[in-house]
Design a protein around this ligand. Structure first.
Ligand code: GLY
Length: 356
């Protein structure tokens, strides 16, 4: 079992990564807890034993579950179950579950403790950690939410055994992002393997791969919980990814792109845009493509999305300050870049084969 701390002073918590991590649940719950509300989804079937009575709640599948009505339904259920402020919410599932359950925990009785038991790779390397909780609006993803840190995160790698292939791909999108943010592109100087940069991560045991990504996230959250500066770097590739998810969701039905897939396309977009702006060269773009390919991730935009629609969604992204602020690669690595011209964004999308 590997443990990584998110150091937030009095709200510090540990992320436990490894086989059987779910069994730590009774130890990480606050002592005063007399019952827990387990929030999960049909079909997750990952049992937890908190050592106190459990009330079980299910949210719907997919991004559409991330709605204010789901939060209302959960809170009403908590109230009917008599959940007290000293009790706890336990989210068992992927990012959708931890986002919705975490937000319900943040607002129910003005805040009750919650634990995330992450059952997907994406949740284990990213979504379950960091305290950003929230839901979508018709107008865009994650537009309503709260910073509400869990009291612990349990990343049980046993849950990944039955993970569908597409969910693995999705988690690898966030892992690829981490590779660009941390020192994960450079092989450690004592590493004997002589393969391509960016690929050595695959050499590590899964537990350790996850732990390295968690450590990158934990470090950023610890120094910048409210996303004023350093934490924004974690949004690398996300502005476009959220725009893509938002526009596909608007186009009807649940959005058929997984977050990690959208993120991968978003990372490619960010690399091409950075080159257009003269921030990086062809080799660095090629490194992005190579890394994303090595993670077997898509780099092409799906058909039928228009450049103008995507830019419209990007300008609405809640991370945009007054103009278009993006996280882009550059000579000093990935950094926050304000004032990115819309024309360059449009041009990059067209370069990627998008209809104007
Ligand atoms: N819950 C995801 C984050 O805080 O980034």
């Amino acid at each position: 079992m590997i443990s990584v701390s998110v150091d937030l002073g009095g709200r510090r918590y540990d992320v436990a990564i490894g086989t059987g991590a779910r069994r730590l649940l009774s130890q990480v719950l606050p002592r005063a807890v007399q019952q827990v509300a387990v929030v999960t989804q049909e079909g997750i079937g990952f049992d937890v034993e908190p050592g106190v009575p459990v009330r079980r709640f299910e949210v719907a599948d997919g991004e559409r579950a991330k709605s204010l009505s789901s939060v209302e339904e959960l809170c009403r259920g908590f109230a009917r179950a008599g959940l007290a402020r000293s009790d706890a919410v336990v989210a068992v599932g992927g990012g959708v579950v931890s986002d919705v359950a975490g937000f319900a925990a943040a607002v129910y009785l003005r805040g009750v403790p919650h634990v995330n038991v992450a059952t997907t790779l994406l949740a284990q390397v990213d979504a379950a950690i960091g305290g950003k909780t929230g839901v979508n609006l018709e107008e865009g993803k994650n537009l309503v939410g709260a910073f509400w840190q869990p009291v612990a995160v349990l990343c049980d790698t046993d849950a990944l055994e039955s993970l569908p292939a597409r969910e693995w791909t999705s988690g690898r999108g966030e892992m690829a992002k981490c590779a660009f943010l941390g020192k994960l592109l450079d092989r450690p100087s004592n590493h004997p393997w002589s393969g391509d940069e960016g690929s050595w991560l695959h050499e590590l045991p899964l537990e350790e791969q996850i732990a390295r990504c968690v450590a990158i996230k934990a470090a950023a959250v610890s120094v910048d919980e409210r996303e004023g500066d350093r934490r924004m770097l974690l949004n690398y590739g996300h502005t476009m990814a959220h725009a893509l998810e938002g526009s596909l969701m608007r186009a009807g039905g649940d959005c058929d792109v997984r977050h990690g897939e959208a993120l991968s396309v978003g990372l490619m977009f960010a690399a091409l845009l950075a080159r257009r702006l003269g921030r990086i060269d062809d080799d660095r773009v090629a490194l992005h493509r190579k890394l994303l390919d090595s993670f077997e991730l898509p780099t092409e935009l799906p058909p039928g999305v228009s450049a103008r629609t995507l830019v419209k969604f990007m300008t609405r992204d809640k991370k945009a300050r007054h103009d278009l602020t993006l996280v882009l690669d550059g000579p000093d690595g990935v950094e926050v870049v304000p004032g990115v011209p819309q024309t360059d964004m449009l041009g990059t999308l067209v370069e990627m084969g998008c209809a104007p």
